[in-house]
Design a protein. Structure first.
Length: 180
């Protein structure tokens, strides 16, 4: 997993919970980096899971809630850093329909070795988008945060239904978006 995701996570922890909590979370990661992640480095995603578990224990928030909040946070960074992906698109449904065949394809060119999930788009009714997340990593709630933040960003009323399709593992989920 890219260091950028780690540095953003630790920024969010420091901003929302303070330096002392950030230090405890870093200690829980159990890595050899002592929190000194670099944005372009590549790290084991299990360190991220260990940090999120520790933050969950400290804050009383569930892993699900934390990963959704983290998705919202990272979306804000994407809007700033990758504004060209957003221009020319005026709806959440259109933007999200291009993650797998355009945005993450471009991301892979920029960051060779990026560990990205896959999204498939089963056929659905007009005014709807169904997207299915699959990954070896249990980041479905992070994806949910990104999807919710996308809907908020475009500002049109969209109903979202989220279904776990991984038997509770968090490695696959179906998102059904319906334009109101
Ligand atoms: C401009 C928009 C976007 C950019 C630039 C972007 C870029 C990235 C990058 C750099 C990573 C980290 C890869 C790694 O750790 O090796 C990532 C991971 C991920 N992205 Fe995107 N992304 C974008 C939009 C989205 C959206 C809207 C979704 C949700 C539907 C999404 C879902 C994910 C998920 C869930 C991961 C975590 C890895 C996994 O689950 O296996 N991304 N993305």
């Amino acid at each position: 997993m890219k260091g950028m995701i780690f540095t953003e996570f630790l920024d969010m922890v420091e901003g929302s919970f303070g330096l002392a909590v950030k230090d405890r979370v870093i200690a829980a990661a159990g890595g050899t980096h002592d929190g000194a992640y670099t944005a372009v480095g590549q790290y084991d995603h299990r360190e991220m899971v260990a940090m999120a578990l520790e933050l969950s224990a400290i804050s009383g928030m569930t892993m699900q809630e934390l990963l959704i909040a983290f998705g919202h946070h990272v979306f804000g960074i994407f809007v700033q850093g990758f504004s060209h992906f957003f221009s020319g698109t005026d709806s959440a449904l259109v933007f999200l329909s291009r993650i797998d065949d355009y945005i993450h394809v471009e991301v892979r060119k920029l960051y060779p070795g990026a560990e990205l999930p896959s999204f498939s788009y089963p056929p659905c009714a007009a005014g709807q988008l169904v997207m299915e997340y699959r990954s070896p990593r249990p980041m479905a709630a992070f994806a949910e945060g990104l999807v919710r933040a996308t809907i908020k960003y475009y500002g049109q009323p969209v109903q979202l239904a989220v279904e776990d399709i991984s038997g509770g593992a968090g490695t696959a989920a179906r998102f059904t978006l319906t334009a109101a």
